[in-house]
Design a protein around this ligand. Structure first.
Ligand code: FBP
Length: 553
């Protein structure tokens, strides 16, 4: 295998972990704080977690509290869901942490996500295997998968596999759904008195797995920086050539954290925030009108170019589209087998149109064929439409163009509208982790190891104070149950970890909203450039602007 000079250099990088962990985790203790979380949860959540509810936040402090057991542990990890930069460092940190607890500890990885446990597809993660992956992007060390581990049968099978392999604990590196299932599995492990511990780690580029206690999910920092670099480059191209409007869709599923972070980093002319659209009950027509107004205003000042950022989840945030998508989801779930027999798009859309209620059928019929086709494609494991596969940016371009043609015909638009569209998602999910994500992930992994050595079960590895230098971060654990809420899933109220969406009264959104009118008019683009891995700390070690603004006094 040929190794790039950057990869070679990244092997030398020593992730900077909090002072307390750097000093040697053998001297650390887990301090149970007076912050029990989940005690005020509604009874319907509590009844799902009778044994693990109401536990306190744990913090690690030198020479204090419950000491880590200095015995060898046998631990397994899984990577679950979409790739996020830093996953390899979580595994490296877990490996290092467990070896510090006891040199005879052993780490294993189940391949291809949760499904690997059920198939008992396991590999031992030795130093020879782990070292070449340090500070690299991707999940290829053991692979990932989207199988859900959620049924009693699957839990039983997990115990069987863990007992055969004499494993003490499982570390689930995943997003909100995977950590929800980790909480249920932790409860099951206690109910069945298996003695097996379950610890979660907050992963997702989407940035929607966070709370007052879990400040960020790993991968968001690197992915947003990668997209922001590309957007900055396109903005410079746009203002050099002065002939294109660029519509850029950004990954992030329902949450617009990535779009918002990229807007703060690059200052585009327009950035749509799904959460604001949903809050204001905006229609697709109103969104198109807003974009058209900005294009016309800029055109009048001679600027027939610009940048529009479109969050991936926009389509679902527009109330009329959301209602349509929900109805299609229900129709497809109810008649899954019959629908599978319809082989052509014409047959499928004819069938759906016939079954839809009148209003939804009208909305469906106004959409371009390509978008209709995308709305009928395969569902994800939850039965939901896969938003990353819907060309929302193209839909917007088509509708904006049609409206501008109308305005042109009646003399109200005299400029030119040429456009390009882009989708940034997969480009950022496996980038070399930024210094922030390298440090954060090494710390998350070490912390997960320490939580296991302190006997914790049903906790998520959590690092607080992330807007400060990494030497000042505080490592600990947050009870997963404390992050739960009730939601309707597959027609049934179910406890799930709450998805953290953009809050429109939060500091990051308010900062964006205070500037967006000026950014719309002027071409005041900001060019963040490529992620810097070396050099002064104020360039190489900066966390995301979202994180900084969230924690600004
Ligand atoms: P996770 O929620 O599993 O972290 O995945 C995030 C994500 O990258 C979304 O932003 C995107 O919608 C989705 O995965 C794409 O999924 P896939 O990798 O299956 O195409």
């Amino acid at each position: 295998m040929s190794i790039s000079p950057l990869q070679q250099a990244r092997y030398q990088y020593q992730p900077k972990v909090p002072q307390a962990l750097a000093e040697g985790i053998d001297k650390l203790g887990a301090v149970e704080t007076d912050e029990p979380i989940g005690t005020d949860l509604p009874a319907e959540i509590r009844e799902h977690f009778p044994l693990t509810v109401g536990r306190s936040v744990l913090r690690f402090r030198a020479g204090e509290g419950r000491a880590a057991q200095q015995k060898p542990f046998r631990v397994a990890a899984i990577l679950s869901g979409g790739q996020a930069p830093g996953g390899h460092n979580v595994i490296a940190g877990l490996f290092d942490g467990l070896k510090k607890v006891h040199p005879d500890s052993r780490l294993f990885g189940f391949r291809n996500g949760p499904g690997g446990i059920l198939e008992d597809n396991c590999v031992e993660l030795t130093a020879e295997l782990v070292d070449p992956y340090r500070n690299t992007g991707g999940f290829d060390i053991i692979g990932s998968g989207r199988t859900k581990l959620e049924t009693e049968e699957q839990f039983k099978r997990t115990v069987e596999v863990f007992r055969q392999r004499r494993l003490d604990a499982l570390v689930v590196i995943g997003g909100d759904d995977s950590n929800t299932n980790a909480a249920l599995l932790a409860e099951y492990m206690e109910r069945e008195q298996t003695g097996i511990q379950v610890i979660g780690v907050p992963k997702t580029i989407d940035g929607d797995l966070k709370s007052e206690y879990v400040e960020a999910s790993f991968g968001f920092d690197t992915a947003s920086k990668t997209y922001a670099e590309l957007i900055g480059n396109i903005a410079r191209d746009a203002s050099s050539a002065r002939k294109y409007w660029h519509f850029i869709k950004l990954m992030g599923r329902s949450a617009s954290h990535i779009a918002l972070e990229c807007a703060l980093q690059t200052q585009p002319n327009i950035c749509i925030i799904s959460e604001e659209v949903a809050e204001k009950h905006q229609t697709l027509g109103e969104i198109v009108e807003q974009v058209v107004n900005t294009i016309c205003e800029r055109s009048e000042q001679g600027d027939d170019f610009g940048i529009v950022l479109v969050p991936e989840g926009l389509i679902e945030a527009i109330p009329e589209m959301n209602a349509l998508i929900s109805e299609i989801n229900e129709l497809l779930a109810a008649d899954e087998e019959y629908f599978a027999t319809l082989k052509t798009f014409e047959d499928q859309s004819e069938w759906v149109n016939r079954k839809l209620s009148r209003d939804r059928s009208y909305v469906f019929s106004t959409l371009p064929n390509e978008i209709q086709r995308q709305l009928l494609m395969d569902r994800d494991p939850h039965g939901n439409v896969q938003v990353s596969r819907i060309d929302t940016e193209r839909l917007l371009v088509e509708m904006v163009e049609a409206r501008l043609d109308e305005l042109k015909a009646n003399g109200r638009f005299k400029g030119k509208f040429s456009h390009q569209h882009h989708f940034f998602g997969y480009e950022g999910r496996c980038a070399f982790p930024s210094n922030f994500d390298s440090d954060y992930c090494q710390t998350l992994g070490m912390t997960a190891g320490l939580l296991i050595a302190c006997g914790a079960n049903g906790y998520i590895s959590a690092v607080r104070g992330l807007a400060r230098p990494s030497s000042e971060w505080e490592a600990g654990g947050i009870p997963l149950v404390g992050m739960m809420t009730m939601e309707k899933r597959k027609g049934k109220m179910t406890p799930v970890i709450e998805k953290a969406l953009v809050v429109t009264d939060g500091n990051p959104f308010r900062t964006f909203a205070a500037h967006r009118d000026r950014w719309a008019k002027e071409s005041d683009y900001r060019f963040p450039g490529a992620i810097q891995y070396f050099g002064p700390s104020e360039i190489a070690d900066q966390p995301s602007l979202t994180l900084k603004l969230e924690h600004q006094a």
